[in-house]
Design a protein around this ligand. Structure first.
Ligand code: GDP
Ligand code: MG
Length: 443
């Protein structure tokens, strides 16, 4: 973690009052590495480190901070500024309806999925969105959007693969006007690479529907390539914003920094899962914390709050205090986790849990597994659920029989549970205050 590394770098420095060219050099090397590791474009990194250097050199080391923390604070603040922190990143929907939103990006970036997520989000904001399938090339792309529309009870206009995408879009806008839709979301085609044919088509669609927003959808895993692709789209289409998808994966999100730096356009939303509710309004400070490896605590807290039933949460807190996390809680935790999204997307946000997370990978149950786990736990007696250590060999056999599983599966579950118990203990050690303190150091 960067904080530890920098503290190490600055150990030598204690007692010296001012940061000099000489003594920030090592720290900046660490900063550089962290950013490159997070897939920030190397040119962007170079400019950025220069900026931090000029701000850090000559700064007095504050009494309350270690020099390492102080550099982190500068890095953090500068990164947030670079990401457009504090700027208004909301969608521009104020125009006379119907307002057109056009999604663009490479194939597989997540355009179609994001169309569904965005429509859902807008509906929750009491708007009336219409979805338009304008990708006539990818087989079943129209059907994909229709399916999403059905799931969301949001209308998707009819279109056929032999129609001209520009016509589809123009007609859809007129239809929206007649039928009282206030927002129209256009799902366009993508390619594996930027090519002129596609760009020409997108430019024509833009001309036909005059979108208020052209959102460039980018896969967070794209890494270094993201910069070229983003500027390619921006040069032709003059995008208004970016949606960064697949932030639930391993990507640290450095691509977002690069794209913002190169296009000057803000990241407006983040995709954090395949499901339709896995979309967040983008927060620069959270991404920066993620890149710097300090855990995205605020996101976690908010997310947990929105899903956890308050009473459940309270009960869990009490249990945690008394270290009484038992199999019954484990069961309801698994259900909560399913509601919240993947286990690593949750745990990855907690500082210091990265390592534990690695161990737990693969611990996320599928629907089927969850059913099995429930069956096993349901086959236990109350005493067994409250205290798993009494579950000996013969009890395991009985539980396996009762739940229609094998002893091996029961063993596996118990192993998983003890692991979860350990994580819960760790979390409890940090405590909500401890978690917040980790962030507080950054001011
Ligand atoms: P398109 O070609 O740009 O329209 O991309 P799609 O919307 O078809 O998405 C491609 C794949 O990425 C699908 O399997 C989606 O489920 C997946 N996907 C999209 N957004 C996200 C996200 O935020 N997280 C994850 N994990 N997967 C996503
Ligand atoms: Mg698509």
């Amino acid at each position: 973690n960067l904080s530890d590394k920098l503290d190490l770098v600055f150990k030598k420095l204690r007692g010296q009052g001012v940061m000099t060219e000489e003594n920030v050099k090592d720290a900046l090397r660490e900063v550089r590495l962290v950013l490159l590791e997070a897939d920030v474009n190397f040119k962007v990194v170079k400019d950025f480190v220069e900026k931090v250097r000029s701000r850090a050199v000559g700064t007095e080391v504050l009494q309350s901070l270690t020099p390492g923390q102080q550099v982190i604070k500068i890095v953090h603040d500068e990164l947030v500024a670079l990401m457009g922190g504090g700027e208004d990143n909301s969608l521009d929907l104020a125009a006379k309806p119907p307002v057109a939103i056009m999604m663009v990006g490479l194939q597989g970036a997540g355009k179609t999925t994001t169309c569904g997520k965005l429509a859902r989000y807008l509906k929750s904001q009491r708007r009336r969105p219409l979805l338009v399938p304008a990708d006539v090339y990818r087989p079943a792309a129209i059907e994909q959007l229709k399916t999403l529309g059905r799931q969301l009870s949001i209308e998707v206009v009819d279109a056929r693969a032999d129609q001209d995408p520009v016509d589809i879009c123009r007609n859809a806008l007129q239809y929206a006007e007649r039928s009282g839709f206030d927002t129209v979301i256009f799902d366009t085609a993508g390619r594996h690479q930027i090519d002129d044919f596609l760009m020409d088509e997108l430019v024509r669609i833009k001309g036909a529907v005059e979108p208020r927003e052209i959102l460039f959808v980018a896969d967070a895993m794209t890494g270094q390539e993201a910069v070229n692709v983003a500027s390619g789209f921006n040069d032709r289409l003059d995008i208004t914003g970016v949606v960064l998808t697949k932030l639930d994966g391993d990507a640290k999100g450095g691509a977002a920094l690069s794209i913002k730096a190169v296009t000057g356009r803000p990241v407006k939303f983040a995709g954090i899962g395949e499901k339709l509710d896995a979309l967040e309004v983008f927060h620069a400070d959270r991404l920066v914390s993620r890149i710097l490896g300090m855990g995205d605590v605020l996101t976690l807290v908010e997310k947990a709050q929105s899903v956890f039933d308050a009473k459940d949460a309270e009960r869990l807190q009490q249990k945690l205090k008394k270290s009484q996390f038992d199999l019954e809680d484990f069961k309801s935790q698994l259900q909560q986790i399913k509601k919240m999204g993947s286990i690593d997307s949750i745990l990855g946000m907690i500082p210091g849990v990265g390592k534990m997370m690695k161990q737990l990978q693969g611990a996320q149950p599928s629907e089927k597994e969850l059913k099995r786990i429930e069956a096993i736990i349901d086959s236990m007696t109350r005493a067994e659920r409250a205290n798993h250590s009494i579950i000996n060999g013969s009890r395991r056999l009985r539980i396996a029989k009762g739940s229609g599983t094998s002893v091996q599966e029961v063993n596996q579950l118990l192993k998983r549970f003890t692991e979860a118990q350990r994580v819960m203990k760790q979390l409890q050690k940090l405590g909500p205050k401890g978690l917040m303190k980790g962030m507080g150091g950054l001011g």
